[in-house]
Design a protein. Structure first.
Length: 247
């Protein structure tokens, strides 16, 4: 009780010294780890109607279970994809603040939105696996944003979390600015399930966690590696996705 009291006092002092700011625009807000109303309205949360496979929003409600033309023409190797928000303006700023600015205070907020968007996927998953960085990039950056998001989701939903099961064995260059075909080539064979961790994956339903879904090249390559190691199913949960995937 004493410690709890001290924690509360510590918290009030911290609030006096560092009044909470909006993680989107740095203006003062009343409550820690909350967006200001302007930023809140700048995020586009993805809601149904959307493609049941790719989670891409539809302009019209065509009824539950309807698939996008893209999902029919090019079925992805993973089962379903869900993302919390569309990747534009503020969503993009939040992702880069997390990735390059070590703004870890964003993690619970973003993970909470992902949990909500991925409700059905989480309910059916056995284990959460983040898309890994290559160890050299991890050393440089010290922080894998997808792993931090996955760790918080797994913790709050009491799910198994296997951050070391999947490894990025090929140092790939950034996907930014590459065409769809180049992206696929760039990440081909980039992932492998470590032999010693095969038990985390074999026969299990895996929920793969990434920060942004663009063409799907990265998560498709990671999905193939997980399936080669015996995953019975792979779904994908991202924080943000571009309006329409192109893979
Ligand atoms: Zn703001």
């Amino acid at each position: 009780m004493l410690r709890e009291g001290a924690g509360r006092i510590g918290g009030s002092i911290a609030r006096l010294l560092f009044p909470p700011v909006c993680p989107g625009c740095q203006t003062a807000v009343g409550q820690a780890d909350a967006l200001c109303p302007a930023c809140w309205s700048g995020l586009r949360f993805i809601e149904r109607p959307y493609c049941e496979v790719l989670g891409s929003p539809f302009a019209y409600d065509l009824g539950r279970g309807f698939l996008s033309a893209e999902a029919i023409a090019n079925p992805p190797p993973f089962g379903r994809l869900r993302a919390a928000v569309l990747y534009e303006d503020l969503a993009a700023r939040l992702v880069s603040a997390l990735k390059y600015g070590d703004r870890t205070s964003l993690v619970p907020l973003m993970a909470g939105w992902m949990s909500r968007a991925g409700e059905e996927l989480i309910a059916e998953a056995d284990v959460l696996v983040p898309v890994p960085l290559h160890h050299r990039r991890l050393l440089r950056r010290r922080f894998n944003q997808s792993a931090e998001l996955a760790r918080v989701i797994a913790g709050t939903r009491r799910l198994a979390y296997a951050p070391l099961a999947l490894a990025r064995v090929k140092p790939t260059r950034s996907q930014v600015g590459l065409r769809a075909e180049e992206r696929r080539e760039n990440v081909r064979g980039a992932f492998r399930v470590k032999e010693a961790r095969r038990g985390d994956i074999e026969g299990r339903r895996v929920l793969l966690v990434d920060d942004v879904f663009t063409t799907g090249a990265t998560v498709s390559s990671a999905t193939r590696a997980l399936k080669r190691a015996g995953a019975s199913r792979v779904d994908v949960l991202a924080f943000a996705r571009v309006a329409a995937g192109t893979e």
